[in-house]
Design a protein around this ligand. Structure first.
Ligand SMILES: [Fe+2]
Ligand SMILES: [Fe+2]
Length: 264
């Protein structure tokens, strides 16, 4: 049976995250021989947002597509310099007038992969119903190879989305919390699922941000400006093995994260 691999990396946080990802890519390529490498880059610019220059830098390393999230437009440059030709997806369930797109399809070695980014609505404001968005996308997408980055806070909403897509999507993988979850599995119908991928960034901080500043906010309830934690970044991601014809996921494996560290 012919299969291929998808490698997905969780939220890249600032320079430590970018450096860790760049350093790990040769090993990831060697180990998994991925047909597609996708990364969430919503925190790649100084921990909050992304710029066109940073998107181009990350894509230049050979990553096939970038997904985003609630921080998609935090950097002004993204509104001025957005080009739809970039393989970058922002949350699909934003208003129709929002720049960018929430769905792209890319082709490698005869496989056409649809990549979707959606935001959840529990503890996140401003997004349309992601479940209705999926119902609409199911009729719009013709390839059986579908990767959904569901960028959401609540594990309940994420698991529910996994089941809503099971048997249709190849993978429903969560991002946003920056903490990897130990629930990777194949749902009925061949959909790879994990509630959160974790981040590629400095785990010595608080979600990648300077821990003394975050702690100061909690201790005083005063406004504090956050910066990326000054420490080494650790990658965190999943490898999904997919049946080439049907688009069904056969297995999912976590790598990296705070327990395992960077790849040797
Ligand atoms: Fe994030
Ligand atoms: Fe987020």
């Amino acid at each position: 049976m012919s299969t291929y691999n998808i490698v997905f990396l969780g939220d890249i946080v600032g320079r430590p995250g970018r450096e860790a990802v760049k350093a790990a890519l040769p090993t990831l390529r060697e180990r998994y021989k991925p047909r597609f490498i996708i990364a969430n880059a919503e925190n790649s610019a100084a921990g909050i947002g992304i710029t066109p220059a940073i998107a181009d830098e990350i894509l230049s390393w050979g990553i096939d597509a970038l997904t985003l999230g609630n921080h998609a437009f935090d950097k002004r440059e993204m509104l001025q310099g957005w080009e739809n030709s970039r393989p970058v997806v922002r949350p699909h369930n934003l208003p129709k007038r929002t720049p960018g797109t929430g769905l792209i399809e890319i082709e490698r070695d005869g496989t056409r992969l649809a990549i979707i980014n959606l935001c959840g609505r529990v503890f996140l404001n401003g997004y349309d119903d992601p479940f209705r968005a999926i119902d609409e996308l199911k009729t719009a997408i013709s390839t059986p190879h579908v990767f959904l980055d569901f960028h959401a806070e609540a594990t309940s909403e994420k698991i529910a989305m996994g089941y809503h897509c099971s048997g249709w999507a190849t993978a429903v993988i969560g991002t946003h919390t920056h903490v990897p979850t130990a629930d990777s599995r194949i749902l009925d119908g061949g959909t790879a699922y994990q509630s959160d991928t974790g981040m590629c960034g400095p785990y010595d901080g608080v979600l990648g941000m300077d821990r003394s500043r975050v702690l100061q906010r909690f201790l005083t309830s005063l406004p504090v400006r956050f910066e990326v934690h000054d420490g080494p970044g650790v990658i965190s991601g999943v490898r999904i093995n997919v049946e080439s014809v049907s688009g069904r996921a056969l297995s999912i494996e976590r790598f990296g994260g705070p327990e395992r560290g960077n790849l040797e």
